[in-house]
Design a protein. Structure first.
Length: 202
């Protein structure tokens, strides 16, 4: 029998996949718990509400994204290289685990749907956006840019990186798996070029 800590870990894993695929409103606590052979009441023992489960999943994802960002900060002293390193790592992770980037997109769309008992005074992914924005403002091209302008750049780059890994199934059904497989082989290089161009060219 799994320990309480392992059960909580398993619930977060399953919930992340459900939330990435179905969004906040389409995710059912009964479906999440049922996938693990648990009752809904057992899930509620660990997470008192759907909002709290969602918040825990986002906190976990946000912490993982921050780890990627901190690793890129240690790898270089130049802001543009730090950003390029982070987005390259994020692209690789997204291709390996598309649910993570799907969840980022889903949360951006579902954020207003979160209830008042989420236990969150702030948005967990804000902890990723804020240093990204500061790094963008530290690059020579965007030095002196206002917050809104840097937020726009961060959003554009995240959207470009998150969309393809999240949409592979839909794209394969419309254009064929062979086309999607070809995109996968060049996607990392293409996104690196896109990030570099956005950060360094006028």
């Amino acid at each position: 029998m799994p320990s309480p800590a392992q059960t909580r870990k398993n619930l977060l894993f399953v919930a992340r996949n459900h939330l990435a695929e179905r969004g906040y409103h389409g995710t059912s606590l009964a479906a999440v718990s049922g996938e693990l052979g648990l009752t809904k009441q057992a899930l509620l023992h660990h997470f008192k509400s759907k909002d709290l489960l969602y918040a825990a999943v986002l906190e976990q994802l946000g912490a993982e994204l921050l780890e990627l960002l901190f690793a890129s900060l240690e790898a270089s002293e130049l802001a543009e290289d730090q950003l390029a390193g982070f987005f390259a790592a994020l692209t690789r992770q997204g291709l390996a685990q598309p649910a993570d980037l799907s969840l980022v997109l889903r949360d951006l769309m579902d954020f207003q749907g979160r209830g008042p008992d989420s236990g969150q005074d702030s948005w967990p992914l804000q902890n990723v956006f804020e240093p990204l924005i500061a790094l963008i403002q530290a690059t020579p091209r965007w030095q002196g840019a206002g917050f809104a302008e840097a937020l726009s750049v961060a959003s554009q780059m995240l959207a470009a990186i998150c969309l393809f890994p999240s949409a592979q199934g839909a794209l394969a059904s419309r254009f064929g798996q062979a086309a999607v497989d070809q995109v996968r082989t060049t996607f990392l290089v293409q996104t690196q070029d896109l990030v570099r161009e956005r950060l360094t060219r006028d």
